[in-house]
Design a binder for this molecule. Structure first.
Ligand code: MRU
Length: 379
């Protein structure tokens, strides 16, 4: 593994008997690692957005299953059927944590297969993590090939190291374009209501020394009209078989604006985000989160008490508005129903990617500020 390709930031670290989650709710103001010792801790961490981002959720859920296996006690320790029953409880509990990101189900199903085959769960979770990191690197290269020198790119939400096991999806493309010397700047949207853009993407862009400007979501149309935006790259939480894509709320409006202003609009995601069992966007479940996240910012009330509000956390961008889907196997074009299937039938990777330290995310070049000292229990 080329260490220079490892991100400075990590969303999670597996430490043999426990999983550490960087509490993203506190960023960028505070670095705090939460300790998960049970699958219930991991499910709570996912539900409460301690960790978020589709691929990261999948990876930590896989480690949640490792913890579930270690929690088996009493009769279940020696009885295969009883053990399997306890693991199924972990599977169901983790699956329920967040409904839209399909990577969660994808990773859990992989882990379930290993439990049924009596394989090594820890190794499988580490493999899922290492594959995601390698997929990020590859999609970064494929995505960067779509961008010319001097590019101004726009992105939405957070798709970087905090949302994945590696460099990120859309963020990985931007990172690669920057390292290739082709990037002028990034316009990052703040991403109301949870502010993943302002709190997380701006923090990651700064850490990686990538030139950027933060804009509010409502400024996107203005900048597409008044400045030359060369392309928009966003991530995905679930891509239906026909290419319709669920991603952070606000993605759909960016795609509509991009079509009006003739700006190429790309989705970057690994193949684990493609859900062939979902025929189109109408069938994607959209998570509705608490309206408190809309009527307050940072705990401060922004609307009168008793205000009715809505909070769909994701929206679906129709395939027709997407210029290309960048994956680790190449860039799919329209019609996605055929191009995505063609990518799915390709060899996965020519060589098996290896985990950083041979045991998942244990070690790596974290920024000193991110070293997991002062861990707290999950809360
Ligand atoms: O609610 P979140 O913060 O988990 O939503 C994250 C996104 O929508 C990302 O854009 C998506 O997961 C793709 S990132 C790799």
């Amino acid at each position: 593994m080329n260490v220079s390709l490892l991100p400075k930031t990590r969303a999670f670290l597996w430490k043999k008997n426990k999983l550490l989650l960087l509490d993203q709710r506190l960023l960028p103001n505070r670095i705090l690692w939460r300790t998960c010792r049970t699958w219930q801790d991991v499910a709570k961490g996912i539900r409460d957005m301690v960790v978020r981002g589709a691929p990261a959720i999948g990876c930590v859920a896989a480690y949640g299953m490792v913890l579930a296996a270690r929690q088996t006690s009493g009769e279940a320790r020696h009885n295969v059927a009883a053990r399997q029953k306890q693991l199924e409880k972990g599977f169901d509990g983790l699956l329920k944590a967040r409904p839209t990101a399909v990577n969660l189900r994808w990773a859990l199903e992989r882990m379930r297969r290993i439990t049924r085959e009596g394989g090594n769960l820890e190794q499988e979770a580490a493999r899922i993590e290492a594959e995601d990191r390698e997929a990020n690197r590859r999609m970064g290269e494929h995505g960067a090939s779509l961008v010319d020198s001097g590019a101004t790119l726009m992105t939405h939400c957070n798709t970087g190291s905090l949302a994945t096991a590696g460099l990120g999806t859309a963020f990985g493309v931007i990172w690669t374009v920057c390292r290739q010397g082709k990037l002028k700047k990034v316009l990052a949207t703040e991403t109301r209501p949870y502010l993943q853009g302002a709190r997380l993407t701006a923090w990651e862009l700064k850490n990686e020394r990538i030139p950027f400007e933060l804009i509010t979501d409502s400024m996107a149309a203005h900048f597409m009209k008044t400045e030359k935006i060369d392309a928009i790259f966003v991530g995905a939480d679930r891509i239906a078989a026909n290419g319709d894509t669920a991603n952070k709320i606000g993605t759909y409006s960016l795609a509509v604006l991009a079509a009006h202003h003739h700006v190429p609009f790309y989705v970057a995601a690994s193949m684990s985000t493609v859900d062939f069992s979902t025929p189109d966007g109408k069938a994607i479940p959209i998570e509705e989160r608490s309206v408190d996240e809309v009527v307050t910012i940072g705990g401060q009330r922004m609307a009168p008490k008793g205000t009715k509000a809505r909070h769909p956390a994701f929206d679906v961008t129709p395939a027709v508005l997407i210029s290309g889907i960048v994956t680790e196997r190449g860039v799919a074009g329209r019609p996605y129903i055929t191009s995505l299937h063609a990518l799915a039938s390709m060899e996965r990777f020519s060589s098996t990617p290896s985990p950083v330290s041979g045991e998942g995310s244990g070690e790596g070049p974290l920024t000193p500020a991110l070293s997991p000292v002062g861990e707290r229990e999950i809360r």
